[in-house]
Design a protein around this ligand. Structure first.
Ligand code: FES
Ligand SMILES: [Fe+2]
Length: 422
């Protein structure tokens, strides 16, 4: 349980808030690359960390994010003309490049010189791994890009989806720090024999109460979720939380996964879900499942990032399915999560009424770690993880340990991997 002050600090992300400033020290996804597909493309509205921005590409294809409003008299640049290396406000013709310089100020004679004094807020952006990433922090602290292995892969080796969800980033992320919910929320009614979500992770365990072994790391937290196997051995799923909002949920040996929660504002989150194969193109079967299967990646309303099954229609819960097939009566894996997390008392969970148990230890540790990082930053200590790009190359993995391994044995075996484990 957190105090209200702590919960406010955890969940508020606007400019000048402690957590908002912490997020602004890291490269974060701004949008999918395909949203601004080419040079001089249509500008797109983007909301990030409570700020209204417009994204576009200049004539050289370089991406940029600038303030959504023109510094002349505040007209929306979304309606701007993207022409000859800059976005031109259609109210009086002022034009800005991707770096935020005013490059033309044609409606007044003094514009030729006055334009050098006018700037619009802008943030550096780069394309990596099918995503446009943005850095919104102090210019002199801009870090190297984190060493996420999937961002270096050819497009054929990965599949991703962006969903816009109606809750705070942190309660969305807590699901990935919560190994015990899968056995219930994501289960089928046949003792999980046909539970696709467990099969995908190669986890045949039927232990309903996994326990966590945790280790603090340079990038955040290393989590070993240990479950007893029917034969007595212990299965450990090894996952990571990386500051501020990157997680690597339990993975199959071959296709790995990363989740990223980008706070659009306090109540809306862009959730990027990425599956990737480090060695081979994704198989036809995997791609077919991802694109059309409707289970791993839910259908969205065309032209939006909103799932068809959403809060407004009770996630299309089917009570007959719930009686006869699965635990929730909800079809798609991520939607099963959304039904629970978009309203944990509220879109920004107050958390003051919680009753946490030992199954929640990873959640508790991550809250403590991220709050400490935000407090430290307020007091002038920069987050070391932001400048440690190499630390971000870790991968989810798994191992089987002998029956009756002690917590000390397990802790010794628990280490971050940077090459896939068979
Ligand atoms: S408001 Fe944009 S040019 Fe005047
Ligand atoms: Fe889940």
């Amino acid at each position: 349980m957190l105090t209200q002050n702590e919960n406010d600090m955890l969940t508020r992300v606007g400019a000048g808030t402690p957590m908002g400033e912490l997020f602004r020290r890291f490269w974060m996804p701004a949008m999918l690359t395909e949203e601004i597909p080419g040079a001089d493309c249509t500008p797109v509205r983007v909301k990030l960390l409570g700020e209204n921005l417009v994204a576009f590409r200049d004539t050289d294809g370089k991406p940029g994010l600038i303030d959504a409003y023109c510094p002349h008299r505040g007209a929306p640049l979304f309606f701007g003309r993207n022409e000859e290396s800059g976005l031109r406000c259609v109210y009086h013709g002022w034009k800005f490049d991707v770096e935020g310089n005013c490059v033309d100020l044609p409606n007044s004679p003094e514009g030729e010189t006055y334009k050098d004094k006018v700037n619009i807020a802008s943030y550096p952006a780069i394309d990596k791994g099918g995503i446009v990433w943005v850095y919104m922090g102090p210019k002199d602290l801009k870090p190297a890009f984190p060493a996420f292995k999937w961002t270096e892969l050819p497009e054929s080796h990965r599949f991703m989806q962006k969903l816009v969800i109606n809750c705070n980033y942190f309660q969305s992320m807590e699901g990935d720090l919560d190994a015990s919910h899968g056995f219930y929320l994501h289960s089928t009614l046949d003792g999980n024999k046909n539970n696709q979500s467990l099969k995908i992770r190669g986890n045949t365990s039927v232990d309903p109460s996994p326990r966590y072994i945790l280790k603090d790391t340079d990038y955040g937290l290393l989590m070993g979720a240990v479950r007893s196997q029917p034969d007595g051995d212990m299965y450990m799923g090894i996952t990571h939380w990386m500051l501020p909002a990157f997680t690597t949920p339990g993975a199959s040996p071959k296709v790995l996964q990363m989740n990223i929660r980008v706070p659009m504002d306090d109540e809306y989150t862009a959730h990027y879900r990425i599956r990737y194969d480090l060695n081979d193109p994704l198989s036809d079967q995997e791609l077919n499942e991802d694109k059309y299967g409707g289970f791993l990646f839910p259908e969205v309303i065309p032209g939006t990032f909103t799932p068809k099954a959403n809060k407004s229609n009770d996630y299309l819960v089917d009570r007959v399915m719930q009686k006869n097939f699965n635990y929730t009566g909800i079809k798609s894996f991520p939607i099963q999560d959304l039904a629970l997390i978009e309203d944990q008392w509220a879109p920004v969970s107050p958390r003051t009424g919680e009753h946490l148990v030992s199954a929640d230890t990873a959640i508790i540790r991550v809250r403590q770690t991220i709050l400490k990082a935000a407090r430290d930053l307020m007091e002038g200590t920069e987050p070391a993880a932001a400048q440690n790009a190499q630390a971000y190359g870790v991968l989810p993995s798994r191992m089987v340990l002998p029956a009756k391994s002690s917590d000390d044995d397990i802790a010794t075996a628990l280490e971050p991997h940077t090459i896939p484990q068979a």
